[in-house]
Write a protein that binds this ligand. Sequence first.
Ligand code: C2E
Ligand code: CA
Ligand code: CA
Ligand code: CA
Length: 274
Amino acid sequence: KSSGRSRYAVFGKEMDTILQVRRNIEQDLRAALQAKDQIQVYYQPIYSATDRKITGVEALLRWHHPKSGWISPDVFIPIAEEAGLIEKLGEQVLREACTAAINWPVGTVAVNVSAIELRNPSYAAGVAHLLLSLGMNPQKLELEMTESALTDNSGQCEQNVKALRQLGVRIALDDFGTGFSSLSRLQRLEVDRIKIDRSFIKGFGAESGDEAIVQAIVELARATGLKTTAEGVETKEQGKRLQQMGCDNLQGFLLSQPLPVSELNSLLGEGTPS
Ligand code: C2E
Ligand code: CA
Ligand code: CA
Ligand code: CA
């Protein structure tokens, strides 16, 4: 019994520590949003599976904390969402990515959107306003969102997505396969592309059934007129299999890491300072 009690005591202490760390991150994130130089946008190239040319990039947030070093977006995005900071952060990424992308010869720039942003009734109007003020072709922008964002109860997210698509903005369903929507519902969702979650690509070669699942996803997408991107492609074998399956685009460390804007510019052979 006593050992049980002390376990809880330790647990309680650990909880306090976790909460304290969270509060610190939240506080520092607020400061970072003001300072600006700590938070950067990196860009990971996305390639055509057949000819391996760059067809677009995905914007990914990077936070370099002055004391703790790099903090993963998987850590600070959920905190930003809970702390009411995600809309400001999302707006910054979108503006920066679109501004940078205007002069790139790549097809699309993809930006991740949080469900919280999409719940704001004026989200689509904000995007429209930004594109107009930058003179950017809406078809150059792709917004990535997860299934949970698209199936929000209020219907507000769906309305934003409808308005965005009417504008010409492309919509990609991120981390596909990890949610719990049925494949048959795919047709009803207003998306242009699905991004096959990297957990499935990881299982290639092992007898996990992952290859069969990905094959089925690619075929279903083709039949319904959707494009597919495979995430987390790390090996040549994975790339080759995905190409054979008819997957349209590849993204992953095999082809390129996410890059700071200067490195992406040299990769694109532009050298445009930004
Ligand atoms: P995501 O949208 O699924 O982004 C893909 C993640 O996979 C990125 O992690 C990327 O660096 C990583 N990745 C790319 N290729 C490979 C690979 O070959 N192997 C492996 N193991 N990983 C690979 P990152 O940059 O740490 O971002 C994590 C998540 O944070 C993103 O997942 C996204 O959900 C979120 N995030 C990042 N930037 C933003 C943003 O601007 N707004 C919002 N709302 N979320 C963001
Ligand atoms: Ca994404
Ligand atoms: Ca993803
Ligand atoms: Ca993810």
